[in-house]
Design a protein around this ligand. Structure first.
Ligand SMILES: NC(=O)C1=CN([C@@H]2O[C@H](COP(=O)(O)OP(=O)(O)OC[C@H]3O[C@@H](n4cnc5c(N)ncnc54)[C@H](OP(=O)(O)O)[C@@H]3O)[C@@H](O)[C@H]2O)C=CC1
Ligand SMILES: N[C@@H](CC=O)C(=O)O
Ligand code: NA
Length: 449
């Protein structure tokens, strides 16, 4: 303990040349793309601060990349690069493996082997953690190793640590958030600048926000994986990806965004995890958020996670959800946490093992307000037929507006419901499909606030 405190204050032993005798902690990096580059920049740029916090220099010893010949935006010692991740995993001097290369099955093999060898893991990989987190964390516990994954959800926001530590005393009832930077960037630009979907997606890719395959961003899968992680931590039960209902933003049109604004809402891809009486429900879907809700003003690549606890009430966490340096701060903070645990000899003791039996809400219990845009025959009695169907399934309406359509001979009916069960809404929409006066169900969105 004495040595630890001495080195913590930067007073470690020195050799006769004044060089520190404190053994550096060696880190192996898998990946040197957007996030990996940020990790190198922060470890090198903040070395003095970092080493004084952990009591040892932090050295990036070896880096696995796909192509060692590729030009890099930072100067790296070429001798450290390898195209063989096993060389990093099996390196005898490396204590901490930082996985920022992505991938699922092969990457899981690397991580499990690294744990088998007693190495600690820091990863930004939500795909891996959402699908195989429980197996990886069980292995880590068996081997008394740390697996930290703060960067995997909401890039630079320390939300995982907050759920594990900050809310350990409370019972969380709701986690609601914008947890994908790419889609928030796209929706913001479509809403504020009238930009086209394709051009903004290309910009998000160029800025390093999007996944290698951006389908997982725009189809909502990336957000769903993050919500599975947050739900598991928040509700202390094993939320799996298949428990999350997912709809992405590919069908959101500029027209939908315009309607949302006109009614006082912003369109956001929202992840919502709710718990009532120990039954949970989790979804990711484009949602019209009332403009006076703080989440409505979260724009661009920013993310925000709103957490409601029984005791604490409402809280909200905001910051960059993707991008090189914001994401890398979370990765490097995890490295610091691993090394602090190393010094204290407590690695592997902080893993959160979900202990509650999972109970999912039935469609009768999943409640939301809804926006529905219908194109209908422009003739007498149509509105009455439609409102009659809502009444039949006991869905109460907050507002109904009928107006001529600017672009075709149909009329438009815009409906906002009060809270209604998913079961009732599904019945209403099914009934609409068979109603001759309804030309098309143009859009249906969840409404918040
Ligand atoms: N970008 C972001 O804002 C965020 C990303 N993440 C997650 O972080 C991880 C990394 O993302 P990001 O940095 O954007 O990805 P990039 O595509 O920018 O970088 C991936 C890196 O991994 C290397 N790599 C890929 N496959 C292999 C392989 N089989 N063997 C060796 N090296 C390999 C690539 O090598 P090479 O350079 O030679 O091509 C590259 O250096 C992903 O899991 C992502 O989901 C999490 C939060 C935010
Ligand atoms: N593609 C992701 C990157 C961070 O997780 C996003 O856009 O949020
Ligand atoms: Na985070």
């Amino acid at each position: 303990m004495y040595v630890w405190l001495k080195s913590y204050r930067g007073e470690g032993e020195k050799d006769i040349g004044g060089r520190s005798l404190v053994k550096p902690v060696k880190v192996g990096l898998l990946g040197l793309g957007t996030v990996g580059t940020g990790v190198v920049r922060i470890v090198e740029g903040n070395q003095e601060d970092l080493s004084s916090q952990v009591g040892s220099p932090i050295v990036i010893e070896k880096i696995a990349v796909k192509n060692t010949e590729k030009d890099r935006v930072i100067a790296v010692d070429r001798a450290k690069l390898t195209e063989d991740p096993w060389e990093v995993i099996r390196h005898p001097d490396i204590d901490v493996i930082v996985e920022v290369m992505g991938g699922i099955d092969q990457t899981k093999e690397y991580i499990l082997e690294a744990l088998e060898r007693g190495k600690h893991i820091v990863t930004a990989n939500k795909d891996l953690m959402a699908l195989h987190g429980s197996e990886i964390l069980a292995k880590a516990q068996e081997k008394q190793c740390d697996v930290f994954y703060e960067a995997s959800v909401a890039g630079g926001i320390p939300i995982i640590r907050t759920l594990i530590e900050g809310f350990s005393s409370d019972r969380i009832t709701r986690i609601m958030g914008i947890v994908n930077g790419t889609t928030n960037f796209i929706l913001t630009k479509m809403s504020q600048e009238g930009a086209s979907y394709e051009e903004v997606l290309a910009e998000a890719q160029a800025l390093g926000y999007a996944e290698t395959d951006p389908t997982s961003d725009v189809e909502g899968l990336d957000a769903a994986r993050k919500m599975a992680i947050l739900g598991t931590l928040g509700f202390r039960t094993n939320v799996e990806l298949k428990d999350v209902t997912v709809k992405g933003i590919t069908s959101v049109t500029r027209e939908d965004i315009t309607y949302a604004k006109r009614l006082g809402y912003e369109m956001k891809l929202l992840g919502i995890a709710d718990r009532r009486d120990d039954e949970i429900t989790i979804s990711v879907q484009p949602t019209m958020v009332r403009q006076n809700h703080p989440i409505a003003s979260v724009n661009g690549v920013f993310n925000a996670v709103y957490v409601h606890g029984e005791a604490v009430g409402e809280t909200m966490f905001y910051g960059a959800g993707a991008g090189e340096l914001p994401t890398a701060t979370s990765v490097v903070a995890d490295i610091v946490a691993v090394i602090k645990n190393l010094k204290l000899g407590v690695n592997g003791l902080k893993a959160i093992v979900p202990y509650k039996q999972k109970r999912l809400q039935s469609d009768e219990h999943i409640m939301s307000k809804n926006f529905i845009l219908l194109h209908v025959d422009d003739k007498a009695g149509v509105l009455a037929q439609i409102t009659q169907i809502f009444a039949e399934y006991e869905v109460s309406l907050a507002s109904v507006v009928q107006q001529p359509n600017e672009h075709n001979p149909d009329a438009e009916i815009i409906i906002v419901t009060h809270n209604a069960s998913k079961a009732s809404m599904d019945k209403v929409l099914k009934h609409f499909e068979s109603l001759a006066v309804i030309r098309r169900i143009k859009s249906v969105y969840r409404v918040e606030g």
